[in-house]
Design a binder for this molecule. Structure first.
Ligand code: ADP
Length: 210
């Protein structure tokens, strides 16, 4: 098992890229910290109850809470698998926790997208609450409006995808997460791709870079 980290702003397309690559390659596993947290919130587990207020406001949940979830997933992932780690680490403290697990990190790939196009992307984002597939009303519409192509569930707008919360999430991204670019650059494992090429080319560019 080894790990490829997806770095990038909210709405940069990390989840779409990782989801596509994982469904096309049996040895790639997509692990999304946001999906893990939303799952825990929906189930009402103790971690979910603690996380809910942070997630709804677009703030980071406490490091220990998300780190425990990610460590569990790492521990249960064995064999010839590359984990596409999406949404973790999100600050330097979390990156240090990840190093301490001893899991080998192959690369960290930055999906580069200017802030100016993020608001539009997130405004049109629709998400499947059941299988977690992501759509966009214009750029990546489902075959039947409002319905997930993959599993037939009704698509939803995420609670934290409203314009004010998106603005806050971008502030948090620049303050907390962007320093990870230098962190992984120093280790010599940072790669960058242009995240504004459309879903298919983004995924291909990511696969080549990782
Ligand atoms: P996006 O990348 O579009 O912001 P995510 O699904 O990755 O969305 O995350 C949604 C929310 O979950 C974040 O705004 C934050 O509240 C929480 N979250 C996800 N990952 C982490 C993390 N590594 N550390 C702290 N909070 C996190």
């Amino acid at each position: 098992m080894d790990i490829v980290i997806l770095l990038g702003a909210p709405g940069s397309g990390k989840g779409t890229i990782a989801g596509r690559l994982a469904s096309a390659n049996a040895n790639l596993k997509h692990v999304s910290s946001g999906d893990l947290l939303r799952g825990a919130v929906a189930k009402g587990t103790p971690a979910g109850l603690e996380a809910k207020g942070y997630v709804d406001k677009g703030n980071l949940v406490p490091d220990a809470l998300i780190a425990a979830m990610i460590k569990d997933v790492i521990a249960e992932t064995t064999g010839d698998v590359t984990m596409l780690l999406d949404g973790f680490p999100r600050n330097v403290a979390q990156a240090e926790v990840l190093e301490k697990t001893g899991a080998p990190i192959r690369s960290a790939v930055l999906v580069d997208v200017p802030d100016s196009i993020i608001a539009d992307r997130i405004a049109g984002r629709r998400t499947c609450p059941k299988c977690k597939a992501g759509y966009h009303v214009k750029a990546l519409p489902p075959k039947v409006e409002g319905i997930c192509d993959r599993c037939g569930a009704e698509l939803v707008v995420r609670r934290d995808d409203n314009p004010e919360t998106v603005r806050d999430r971008l502030v948090v991204y620049h303050r907390e997460t962007e320093p990870l670019i230098a962190f992984y650059e120093k280790k010599g494992i940072l790669r960058r791709i242009d995240g504004d090429q459309g879903p298919e080319k983004n995924a291909a560019a990511f696969l080549a870079a990782m």
